[in-house]
Design a protein around this ligand. Structure first.
Ligand code: C5P
Length: 290
């Protein structure tokens, strides 16, 4: 079986508070995009994982696809195995949910090839134990995300949007950026998430562009100034808005047309090695073949 594991972006992100367990209460709009990893699954004895492609994949306990497979074995009590081959394209340390997407694709795919018949809701419950963004990657599309990112309300997307994503060579570790937010003397202002949701529901790109924001930008830029440079470069290339996704370090540019996005990608790819042209997607996981 072959699946696409789609990256996510945050159209906006507000940090509401720090919880006693160290996680943060968020309010955000999450969106699947076309940029994806490709996961191939084969029934086999035991669990085995290998990867190809330019982007290195964490091995051992940090490998979210393997952890997802083990969690599904445990939840089902089924002793079936699988060989997993990942073609990695989504850059890591980017705020694009690459590891979460791989875990989501493993849950969706293994649920089918092991004939477990778990509902999407049941898969999301397992997903939550793997990471805050994994339930969204299972559900996919466009959703308002609250709690630590796992409490999802689907939002009907009025249209698709052309995007260019640029990531500095260096990535950013999510826990460090949240810790830097904690250490700020005054929390940075939060974007108006309701206004972003409203603009997305109406398909109003201009209103969307002016409402977008991310409360983690300031701590991320303080650590990695190239985040701001990526945003400036995208704006210079005609982006209606350019903003950081998640805890960075990738920056997303919203474009009026695919042709403008293509031109920006060409201009930026010579300077920024990690430059991707994509579009919003209605799916978190796509099944290519069974
Ligand atoms: O859940 P996940 O393992 O993806 O989260 C990685 C880290 O990001 C957490 O250990 C925590 O430090 C931080 N985080 C947070 N608040 C969230 C999501 C993640 O503080 N809502």
């Amino acid at each position: 079986m072959r699946l696409l594991a789609h990256a996510k972006i945050n159209w906006s992100l507000a940090v509401l508070s720090r919880r006693a367990d160290g996680y943060h209460e968020l309010d955000s709009l999450m969106q699947s995009v076309g940029l994806s990893d490709e996961l191939s699954l084969f029934e086999a004895e035991g669990l085995r994982f290998s990867s190809v492609g330019g982007v290195p994949v964490p091995q051992g306990a940090d490998n979210l696809a393997l952890r997802a497979a083990r969690a599904l074995q445990e939840a089902s009590g089924v002793g079936r195995g699988a060989r997993m081959l990942l073609r990695k394209r989504i850059p890591t340390g980017a705020g694009l949910g690459g590891g979460s997407a791989d875990a989501a694709a493993a849950l969706v795919g293994l649920n089918i090839i092991w004939k477990l018949n778990f509902s999407e809701r049941a898969l999301c419950d397992i997903a939550r134990t793997l990471g805050a963004d994994v339930p969204f990657c299972v559900a996919g599309g466009l959703a308002r995300a609250r709690g630590v990112g796992e409490a999802l309300t689907p939002v009907r997307a009025a249209r698709e949007y052309p995007l260019v994503i640029v990531k500095p060579a260096e990535g950013l570790p999510t826990p460090d950026i949240f810790r830097a937010w904690d250490a700020m003397s005054a929390p940075p202002p939060n974007p108006d998430i309701g206004a972003v949701e409203n603009a997305l529901s109406r398909g109003d790109a201009a209103a969307l562009a002016s409402a977008i924001g991310n409360a983690l930008t300031e701590p991320a830029v303080a650590r990695l100034p190239q985040v701001a440079a990526c945003a400036q470069a995208l704006t210079r290339c005609g982006a209606l808005s350019a903003w950081m996704t998640g805890s960075g370090s990738a920056v997303v540019g919203l474009f009026a047309t695919d042709a403008e996005a293509a031109r920006a990608r060409r201009d930026l790819a010579g300077i920024w090695r990690f430059t991707y042209q994509t579009r919003t997607s209605s799916r978190g996981v796509t099944i290519l073949s069974e």
